[in-house]
Design a protein around this ligand. Structure first.
Ligand code: ARG
Length: 707
């Protein structure tokens, strides 16, 4: 039976490594020996010839990679889908292969221009003929797969290649007789691995190690029970033997330098058609639209990266670039995904980036499911983001209230025909409410006008902030802009909330923050037990955690100071009473009490005391935080990872967020909210606060003409 196999090869007369189009070719340009290549190729030819019919295509001068006939096209029965090479270095091979197919009686199918597909290098039939495995990610485009399904009338299973060393499917994947599969799992993304595991039972999967993979063990030619390859480890040989296969090694090192081996050098040209198998195209496509400052905000890059990283592929159908700095751009993008599940996952993330799918889904009503257990959402509930969101209910778009991230969308008032949509934490869901599930009828509103609708003065302000984290050298500039912002908020009676950690005190920022509060720039303070204890320790005893704040040296017995502080406040009753009784006479907490600035101290497991004011019930503390954050214009986060992240979660997009921390990781995490309004400053908070006060003083000082 194996004698009937027909294979196409191309002798290496013009073979060389002339250019670099895959990682194996790097460093190997003109490093391969023609003689050795010819010898190795001849040996392979003989091995195959003994077991199959081998046809030859005339090599063409100037096309050194033409030896790799696997990339000529994909053959099934009497049909051949001609390759469309991704790299121009190989595109010249196409007419030669086309001619060969035509001369040999194949009906040739050609893909649209600019839709790369590299033939049997990226498409391998299950050896039982049940379906076609097709790779994408490097050389072939996912969008080529539906054509294969249609033309060859076969189910196509798309596999996402993610390791550039294994840029063609046949470098890491080899279906074998009897439904076996030789493959290197590390070359595929998680979804593809699941797909493989679902289709091929564990007993038939022969997963190889990286050491074998880099020797191109998967790049084998399977002829009945024989597997021909460059090289195999002993363990691989025995694994194959257990499955009833015999390995024939034939060195192909000269071809490895171009990123190919046994399988690449061959193309099976008599693939039998299974009459009872038919096309199932797994690939789904959808068109999305995006609008806004797509380039300035990096939104378009993020959308495209997200599609590719998520296992999809895209085609930009049109891109209208806004010509002025303030004008917005618009894009229409065709998104393809290997399956419905992957598409849903991609769409959910794209919607979060502000994409709309004008074609269908967004024009449907959102799916609603009733709350069946208080505090528990239906399984497939939509998870909210910080971006203003609308849901379509009974044909109308309804804006969400209490926008925040990590909530569910709860709908009430449905029966009264007055639907109200709210972001709610899971624990707050009540019987009688409905929850939005899936992704239909949901759109997030990215303020396209984020820039355009601001006044000139304003637009200069926070625009730099879109760039995220500021480096040390830009600190002064940032501080200047923040000072301006704080001054404006105070003037228009807006709301600035400060979130602060105890580092503010250790770094000598206490006096500055006190002043900021005293001068009316702060309208709420959020923190933990520690900031208050350290602040009051300094106020009462001049130390912070026992260190003298004026001299910077540890005070004898000072480590007891913070416990003494807690004790003192406990004796007074609470912080406000300590102020009232004249015990506490300065500092941050003192100013809060004096200026009527509300504060919430949220407790934690590591608190000393805690202070009577500290809220130790976490749910209560979160609620108290949320209450004080309502209506905030600007939030300044000062060196408190825990409380800042907590606040970030509760805060919708559009609120200006300034995060100051000496640790870049914290700053990045908070500042990178994908909105133009957040900024990170990596610096010492004490220094930041003193610079800020200096800037505010400057704004207070009489106007001086620059000379
Ligand atoms: N140098 C060739 C290329 O990068 C090698 C092709 C290997 N062929 C294969 N089916 N994997 O295109």
């Amino acid at each position: 039976m194996t004698a009937q196999l027909r294979i196409l090869m191309c002798s290496p007369d013009h073979y060389d490594v002339d250019y670099v189009i895959n990682p194996w070719m790097e460093g190997n340009v003109h490093k391969s020996s023609r003689d050795r290549a010819v010898e190795q190729w001849q040996k392979l030819y003989k091995v195959l010839k003994a077991r199959a019919i081998v046809d030859l295509v005339e090599p063409a001068k100037g096309w050194p990679d033409m030896v790799f006939t696997a990339n000529a096209g994909l053959v099934l029965g009497d049909k051949a889908v001609l390759s469309r090479f991704y790299h121009k270095e190989r595109q010249g091979e196409e007419p030669y292969f086309k001619a060969w197919f035509e001369q040999n009686g194949f009906t040739v199918y050609e893909l649209p221009k600019d839709l790369p597909f590299e033939g049997a290098g990226d498409a391998l039939f299950d050896r039982e003929g049940r379906w076609l495995w097709a790779g994408y990610g490097f050389r072939s485009e996912l969008d080529s797969h539906p054509y294969l399904a249609q033309w060859l009338d076969i189910e196509v299973l798309s596999l996402h290649l993610v390791d550039e060393r294994f840029y063609h499917l046949d470098t890491c994947f080899c279906p074998l007789e009897g439904g076996y599969l030789l493959y290197y799992p590390g070359a595929f993304d998680a979804y593809s691995n699941q797909l493989i595991e679902r289709r091929v039972p564990a007993a038939k999967r022969i997963a190889i190690e990286e050491a074998d993979a880099v020797n191109f063990a998967c790049n084998s030619v399977n002829l009945g029970q024989v597997v021909v390859m460059n090289k195999a480890s002993n363990s691989l040989k025995s694994a194959l033997a257990r499955a009833g296969f015999e390995v024939v090694e034939t060195p192909l090192t000269e071809f490895l330098k171009a990123g190919g081996a046994a399988k690449c050098l061959t193309l099976r040209v008599n693939e039998p058609v299974m009459e009872d198998r038919h096309a199932v195209a797994g690939v789904e496509t959808r068109v999305i639209q995006m609008q806004g400052h797509l380039l300035d905000s990096g939104l378009i890059n993020r959308a495209l990266d997200l599609i590719v990283e998520g296992g999809g592929s895209f085609q930009v159908l049109d891109f209208r670039l806004g010509e002025q700095r303030q004008s917005t751009s618009a894009a229409r993008i065709k998104v393809s995904a290997p399956s419905h599940e992957v598409m849903e996952e991609l769409m959910a993330q794209l919607i979060d980036l502000g994409a709309v799918a004008p074609d269908d889904r967004s024009e449907r009503d959102a799916q609603l499911e009733p709350v069946e257990l208080p505090g528990v959402a239906p399984d497939d509930f939509y998870v909210t983001t910080i971006y203003p969101t609308e849901v379509r209910i009974q044909g109308r778009w309804v804006r969400l209230q209490n926008q925040r991230m990590d909530g569910a969308i709860a709908i009430s008032g449905l029966n009264e025909g007055q639907p109200v949509a709210r972001c709610k934490l899971l624990r707050d869901l009540e019987l009688g409410e409905y929850v939005v599930t899936g992704i239909d009828g949901i759109r997030t509103v990215r303020k396209a006008e984020a820039r355009g609708d601001r006044t000139a003065r304003e637009s200069q302000e926070f625009t730099f902030m879109g760039s995220g984290v500021s480096s040390e050298r830009r600190v002064e500039l940032v501080v200047e802009q923040i000072a301006w912002e704080l001054r404006q908020v105070r003037e228009r009676r807006g709301k600035t909330v400060v979130v602060a950690g105890p580092v503010v005190i250790h770094t000598g920022g206490g006096e500055h923050l006190s002043r900021l509060i005293r001068e009316g720039y702060v309208h709420a303070l959020l923190g933990g037990n520690a900031i208050a204890v350290h602040d009051m320790e300094q106020a009462l005893m001049g130390t912070s955690l026992g260190v003298d704040m004026k001299q910077g040296i540890a005070v004898r017995g000072g480590h007891r100071h913070h416990l003494k502080t807690i004790n003192t406040i406990r004796r007074c009753g609470n912080i406000a009473k300590a102020v009232e009784q004249g015990v506490l006479t300065n500092g941050i907490m003192y100013e809060c009490v004096k200026q009527d600035v509300p504060f919430v101290l949220a407790g934690s497991i590591r608190d000393d005391g805690p202070l009577p004011d500290t809220v130790t019930d976490m749910v209560e503390a979160q609620q108290a935080y949320a209450k004080l954050l309502e209506g905030a214009d600007t939030i300044i986060m000062l060196s408190s990872m825990l409380h800042s992240i907590g606040v970030g979660n509760m805060t919708p997009a559009g609120v200006k967020l300034v995060c100051v921390d000496i640790n870049p990781a914290v700053v990045t995490k908070l500042a990178d909210r994908g909105s133009l309004e957040s900024v990170g400053v990596v610096t010492d908070v004490g220094l930041f606060l003193s610079l800020l006060m200096r800037q505010l003083d400057k704004l207070e000082s009489p106007y001086e003409l620059a000379v």
